[in-house]
Design a protein around this ligand. Structure first.
Ligand code: KG4
Ligand code: ZN
Length: 344
C-alpha cells in the first residue's frame, strides 16, 4: 500500500493506493479561506496545511481501512509549488516513513498530474499527449512511458486557470473564478468580442506563434481595456458576452495547441488534467478533435494525493535514511531525485 501526500498549493491531500493502481482513499481538504483574499496566500496555506495534515492522513488510512503498519511506501510532492506548503508535506512524509524505515518517493507535481491517467478505473496506457491546465500550471507533454514526460509547451506567463481567475475578478466574480466565469458565459455570445488567441496566434512573434507554448497575460490585459472602455450600463448588459468571448479565447488557445501537439507527435490520444479540465466548453471543443480524449474524474484532475501515489508506483524510491535530508523544490525537483520533465 502506498500513502500519497500532496500539499503544494492550497489543498491538503492524502491518499492510499493499492499496488494494482486501485484508489482506496483520496482525501482532499480544500482550505476555503483564500476566496476572501482573491487568491492563495502562501503563508495562510502553510499554516492550514500544518493544522490539517495529521487529520487528513488519518482520514485517508481510516477510509482505506488500513493502519500505518500496512504501508510499504510513502510518496510526497517535493515540487514545484509554494515552498512553505511543500515543506509541510515533505516533513510529514519523512516522519511517517522514517519511524517505520519505509522507503520514500519524492514526486514531481506535474508528473503527478500525468500519472492521474494511470489510475483505475480507466487507466490510459502511454504513448499519449497530455494537456494539464490548472491554476498554477499549463503544460503540453508527450508521455511515452510511465515515469516521465517530454515537455512540448508550457505557459510563458499566466496559467490557464489563473487567466480564468483574473478574468473573473475583472468581471466582478468571486474566487476561484473558473466555474463562475463558465456559468456567466452560458448566457453570452462567444463571438461578440475578438480577444487574442482565438485563432492560435496569441503573440506577434513568429517563433512563439509556431511553438506549443501558451501566453495568457495579453488576453487578461485586453479584457481589462475592454471593460475600462465601457460605461457602467454597457458593462452590465455585456458581461455575459465578455465572459463567453474571453472563455472562448482560452479554450481555443488550449485546443489549438493540443491539436498541433497531436499532429507533431503523430499520437492519436489526448489525456487532460488540472482544474480547468472541468470546463464544459473545453470538453465539448476537445471532443471535436477526432482523437480519443481521456479526462479523469474531477477529483483526480484537480490537486489530489492519489495522483502522487500513482507517480510513485513508477518513479524513484529513496531508502531510509537517504531521504532524511530531502528538501522541497519550489521551482521543480532535481531530475536525479524524481522523474518528470525531460528537457523542453
Ligand atoms: O487543479 P486545480 O484545482 O488547482 C491548482 O491550481 O493546482 O485548479 C484550479 C483552477 C482554478 O484556476 C480554477 O478557476 C480553475 O482551475 N477551474 C476552472 C473550472 N473549474 C476550476 N476553470 C474553468 N472552468 C471551470 N469549470
Ligand atoms: Zn496541480
Amino acid at each position: 500500500m502506498i500513502l500519497g501526500i500532496e500539499t503544494s498549493c492550497d489543498d491538503t491531500c492524502a491518499a492510499v493506493l493499492a499496488p494494482s493502481g486501485e484508489v482506496r482513499a483520496n482525501v482532499i481538504s480544500s482550505q476555503g479561506i483564500h476566496g476572501r483574499y482573491g487568491g492563495v496566500v502562501p503563508e495562510v496555506a502553510s499554516r492550514h496545511h500544518l493544522e490539517l495534515i495529521n487529520a487528513v492522513v488519518a482520514a485517508a488510512l481510516d477510509r482505506a481501512g488500513i493502519s500505518l503498519e500496512d504501508l510499504s511506501l510513502v510518496a510526497v510532492t517535493a515540487g514545484p509549488g509554494l515552498i512553505g506548503a511543500l515543506l509541510v508535506g515533505v516533513s510529514a512524509a519523512k516522519a511517517l516513513a522514517a519511524v517505520r524505515r519505509l522507503p520514500l518517493a519524492p514526486v514531481d507535481h506535474l508528473q503527478g498530474h500525468v500519472a492521474a491517467n494511470f489510475l483505475d478505473p480507466d487507466p490510459v496506457e502511454p504513448p499519449f499527449v497530455c494537456l494539464i491546465a490548472s491554476g498554477g500550471h499549463t503544460l503540453l507533454a508527450e508521455v511515452v512511458d510511465h515515469d516521465g514526460f517530454r515537455v512540448l509547451g508550457r505557459t510563458l506567463d499566466d496559467a490557464a486557470g489563473e487567466a480564468f481567475d483574473k478574468g473573473a475578478r475583472l468581471l466582478g466574480l468571486g474566487y476561484p473564478g473558473g466555474p463562475a466565469l463558465e456559468a456567466l458565459a452560458r448566457d453570452g455570445d462567444p463571438e461578440s468580442f475578438a480577444f487574442p488567441g482565438v485563432d492560435g496566434r496569441p503573440g506577434r512573434r513568429s517563433d512563439f506563434a509556431r511553438s506549443l507554448d501558451f501566453s495568457f497575460a495579453g488576453l487578461k490585459t485586453a479584457l481589462r481595456y475592454r471593460i475600462a472602455d465601457m460605461g457602467e450600463a454597457e458593462l452590465a448588459s455585456r458581461r455575459a458576452d465578455l465572459a463567453a468571448s474571453y472563455q472562448r479565447s482560452i479554450v481555443e488557445s488550449l485546443v489549438g495547441r493540443a491539436e498541433r501537439a497531436l499532429e507533431q507527435t503523430g499520437l492519436g490520444r489526448l489525456a487532460v488534467g488540472g482544474g480547468v479540465a472541468a470546463n464544459g466548453p473545453l470538453r465539448t471543443r476537445l471532443a471535436t478533435l477526432g482523437v480519443e480524449v481521456k479526462v479523469p474524474p474531477v477529483q483526480l484532475c484537480t490537486d489530489n494525493a492519489a495522483m502522487i501515489a500513482s507517480a510513485a508506483r513508477f518513479g524513484v524510491r529513496l531508502e531510509y535514511p537517504r531521504y532524511l535530508d530531502l528538501d522541497a523544490y519550489p521551482t521543480g525537483i532535481e531530475p536525479e531525485l524524481a522523474r518528470g520533465p525531460r528537457g523542453s
